[in-house]
Design a binder for this molecule. Structure first.
Ligand code: FMN
Length: 192
């Protein structure tokens, strides 16, 4: 199943192809593929080229993967535990060069996540970012100092499977239409 975006304009195929899937097959993601996605993430732009992002990941079938899935809220855990790879996306709060607060750390980490997911779509790997996780459990599991790092989101990755294997309400969400605000609602020309 694909959920290619229906666009008004000539948007690039890769952007139309990426979507947040929930039904994942058993097929594992190779180290080469995963490294490629992470390298794509690393090429995102960032304030002062700080590259404030960091990923911690685990492959399905490992205890580490199960421990990561356990940090998710129930509504995510039920389908995300079938993914091939789970990542935690972290954003470093201070610049390495001078210790100053980096106000752009979450912005830039989000940009890296998008690069990762676009590269993934190119390989027919689909991902789902999840903000629905238990913060305290996550900080504890990964031994994160919240003064230094903000957990941005979890990302589950995998090859697609038949959505009919999902339980409701996830099956309907998986097969539902994708929609966006019209561009008039998100952009306006600045006029004096
Ligand atoms: C930071 C962030 C957090 C999200 N958290 C969740 C989540 O916890 N559970 C979920 O099912 N989807 C989550 N999503 C996915 C969004 O719901 C999804 O991107 C949006 O509905 C647009 O759909 P699309 O990605 O398929 O285009 C999250 C997305 C982002 C960027």
């Amino acid at each position: 199943m694909t959920k290619t975006a229906e666009t008004q304009h000539d948007v690039h195929e890769l952007i139309k192809k990426r979507w947040s899937a929930r039904s994942f097959s058993d097929k594992p993601i190779s180290k080469e593929s995963l490294d490629t996605l992470i390298e794509a993430a690393s090429w995102a732009a960032s304030s002062m080229n700080e590259q404030p992002w960091k990923y911690i990941y685990a492959h399905r079938g490992t205890e580490a993967f199960d421990r990561m899935a356990a940090c998710l809220m129930d509504g995510n855990k039920v389908w995300a535990k079938e993914g091939a790879v789970m990542l935690l996306s972290l954003a470093k709060k201070h610049f390495e060069r001078n210790g100053q607060l980096n106000h752009h750390h979450m912005h830039d980490t989000g940009a890296a996540n998008t690069s990762l997911l676009l590269q993934a779509a190119h390989h027919d790997i689909f991902g789902h970012m999840m903000g629905g996780f238990h913060m305290q459990e996550t900080l504890q599991e990964f031994n994160i100092n919240p003064e230094e790092w903000d957990p941005a989101c979890f990302i589950v990755l995998g090859y697609l499977d038949d959505p009919s294997r999902l339980e409701e309400p996830f099956k309907s969400r998986e097969t539902g239409k994708r929609a966006r605000k019209p561009i008039d609602a998100i952009a306006e020309e600045h006029k004096h």
